[in-house]
Design a protein around this ligand. Structure first.
Ligand SMILES: [Zn+2]
Length: 309
């Protein structure tokens, strides 16, 4: 299932506009913010906004809507005020997702700032447990997004995500969103058909493919292991096309929402990128990688082989 990040206007009664864009771009899934992403305050939705959203969805070709929790939210925050606001906001996002019939809520696990990283990961588990306990009728699944590890971001190692999943009490309410750019920037070699197979084996053995609920499709402007989160257009970054080709054709992920995450204001680019991805999906023969990437892959393989000895 292929789709994109789509603009909506939650503060101005314009949540349903997401379906207009999504349909224009032939998206089967769409991701958006369902609250104002830069403000803490969440005002109640009017009944007509809720019914407008639901009826626009019924008329649209979009099968799955994913809400992205604003980046303000930091469940690991060492500041009690921010931590409390983050906890409240996550509860509000869950409640809103339920009202709108949205199943998935993507969340960056958190930032440890001046805390010890292990303590921060435990704090995230505790916060998730307490939020999920208090909204026991929540229907949405929280998807922990793999991160690039920029600054003090938690979630750049599969083990960190796995630890959270293993330690939350309400296991059915938490899953994973795999971001292709972030995983590469975090230092996982995903390039080439071989890198592609290897990364999913590793993910499966540490996190479990059964936990994967969504994929963010992004190329990376920065190098392998840079820990810098800069999305690039597919085919214009450092990942190369073999990875995206394999991903688009992988039958295991046919029904998994795959969301393109380029700045939403550029509709024409989004349309072109989605077409590009559909073409990759329809291409049965193997692709060759551009010279630069092949050389880097060879170098990487040589160095990982020698370090295995
Ligand atoms: Zn992402």
């Amino acid at each position: 299932m292929l789709g994109s990040n789509v603009p909506a206007h939650p503060g101005r009664g314009g949540l349903a506009t997401l379906f207009r864009y999504a349909d224009e771009w032939h998206c089967e899934c769409a991701q958006t913010y369902i609250t104002l992403s830069r403000r803490w305050r969440v005002t109640d939705l009017l009944p007509e906004e809720i019914s407008g959203f639901r009826s626009a969805w019924r008329k649209s070709q979009v099968k799955q809507v994913i809400a992205h929790v604003p980046l303000l939210v930091n469940l690991a925050s060492p500041t009690s005020d921010t931590w409390q606001k983050s906890k409240d906001r996550l509860s509000a996002e869950l409640a809103r997702a339920r009202t709108l019939g949205i199943e998935f809520l993507v969340l960056h696990p958190g930032y440890y700032r001046n805390l010890n990283k292990t303590a921060a990961i435990k704090r995230i588990v505790g916060t998730l447990n307490s939020v999920l306990e208090n909204v026991n009728d929540a229907k949405a699944t929280i998807l922990l997004e793999t991160t690039a590890g920029q600054g003090t971001a938690i979630g750049s190692r599969f083990e960190e995500i796995a630890y959270i999943l293993e330690n939350v009490r309400n296991k059915e309410s938490v899953g994973v969103c795999f971001d292709t750019c972030h995983v590469f920037a975090a230092g996982y070699e995903v390039r080439g058909y071989r890198g592609y197979e290897k990364i999913w084996k590793e993910f499966d053995s540490i996190v479990g493919l059964d936990k994967l609920r969504a994929i963010h499709l992004n190329d990376s402007k920065t190098e392998l292991g840079s820990r810098v989160d800069r999305h690039a257009l597919i085919g214009k970054g450092k990942l190369g096309l073999q990875f995206f080709h394999a991903l688009m054709r992988d039958p295991r992920f046919r029904d998994t929402p795959k969301v393109l995450e380029i700045p939403a204001q550029d509709g024409e680019k989004i349309r072109q990128q989605l077409d590009h991805l559909r073409k990759l999906q329809a291409t049965s023969q193997s692709l060759s990688e551009p010279k630069g990437i092949s050389a880097q892959l060879r170098l990487h393989e040589m160095s990982s082989n020698s370090s295995n000895c």
